[in-house]
Design a protein around this ligand. Structure first.
Ligand SMILES: Cc1ncc(COP(=O)(O)O)c(C=O)c1O
Length: 303
């Protein structure tokens, strides 16, 4: 890893907790500053014209990196926002259920609870997963059993990588849900940069992930992927220009939100590729003295 790119930490501070909030390399920070200067030279032109050209370029780079069709993926500020967009676009009829499990992240548990609270007569079901988990097959069987016993489950929230450092067999879980006719909303917060992703191939219904963790993007950079078959129903949780237009056009102009974290993503992806990408990052992590504790520690410092 190019440590010189992170040479601005306090001298008495050892940064071990990349998993919670990440940290950007200097070159991404410089690009952000460059974009801020460009915006301030002519705010009207930047906000009305330039930003859309730059976002499109960044979205194309991201779509290629994540194996997504261009039309399926958009930038969002964080995973919470993406989850709200999706869960507020879906409905639960009385008697239907939403499934979460032991390792669902707190913010997504709240998002799930909020959906059930506004859907009269629906229920939130929690699948208890043991820890430590002995094998991926155990998780797949427990999901299958849960969906077999609760035929009212309509939507399942799945994690690709969850705390404390568990890589879930996401393809198999998506397939099990599909075989039961259950919609999948994947929390991929820790996946980009950690595991190879091909979002179209995975075939989930919805996938949301951060870019500010293992892909070295700035805070405020995340993404939302929506399978083409749901483009007609997904609307932003925060209504702004474009209401009623089809996805992804309806997310294009969310007021005057800050687009710079999105625009600098090609620089972050270049940085990631320049040190050898995922293969190099994983080999460094597994051979370093911090082996195994980096993700597991992701919440230690933030409490
Ligand atoms: C599993 C999981 N989901 C989501 C998030 C982050 O959500 P947000 O981007 O809304 O802060 C984290 C952060 O550590 C996480 O571990």
């Amino acid at each position: 890893m190019k440590l010189a790119e992170f040479n601005r930490f306090d001298s008495n501070y050892t940064f071990l907790n990349h998993g919670s909030f990440g940290a950007i390399p200097n070159q991404v920070k410089e690009k952000q500053l460059e974009m801020m200067e460009l915006r301030e030279k002519n705010p009207n032109k930047f906000i009305q014209i330039t930003q859309y050209e730059l976002i499109e370029e960044a979205r194309r780079a991201l779509a290629t990196f994540l194996g997504s069709d261009y039309e399926d993926i958009i930038f969002v500020e964080n995973v919470s926002k993406g989850f709200s967009n999706i869960l507020r676009s879906l409905t639960l009829a009385p008697g239907e259920a939403l499934l979460i499990y032991t390792h669902t992240y707190g913010a997504m548990k709240d998002s799930a609870q909020a959906m059930v609270d506004r859907s009269n007569g629906s229920e939130l079901l929690n699948l208890d997963l043991p820890f430590p988990i002995e094998s991926p097959d155990d998780v797949i069987s427990l999901f299958d059993e849960m969906l077999t016993n609760h035929t009212n489950i309509k939507i399942a929230i799945l994690d690709h990588i969850a705390q404390p450092g568990i890589l879930f067999p996401i393809q198999e879980l998506v397939d099990v849900c599909k075989s039961h006719g259950v919609l999948t909303v994947v929390d991929g917060a820790h996946a980009p940069g950690h595991v190879d992703l091909d979002l179209e191939e995975l075939g989930a219904d919805f996938y949301i992930g951060t870019l500010y963790k293992w892909l070295f993007g700035p805070h405020g950079s995340s993404f939302q992927w929506v399978a083409e078959r749901y483009h007609s129903i997904v609307q932003p949780a925060v209504t702004s220009f474009g209401y009623g237009s089809p996805y992804p056009e309806n997310f294009r102009q969310q007021g005057t939100r800050d687009p710079i974290p999105f625009i600098v993503m090609p620089t972050a992806i270049d940085f990631f590729e320049s040190f050898g990408g995922r293969v190099r990052a994983v080999s460094w992590l597994t051979s370093s003295p911090f082996s195994g504790c980096v993700l597991a520690c992701s919440e230690c410092v933030s409490g």
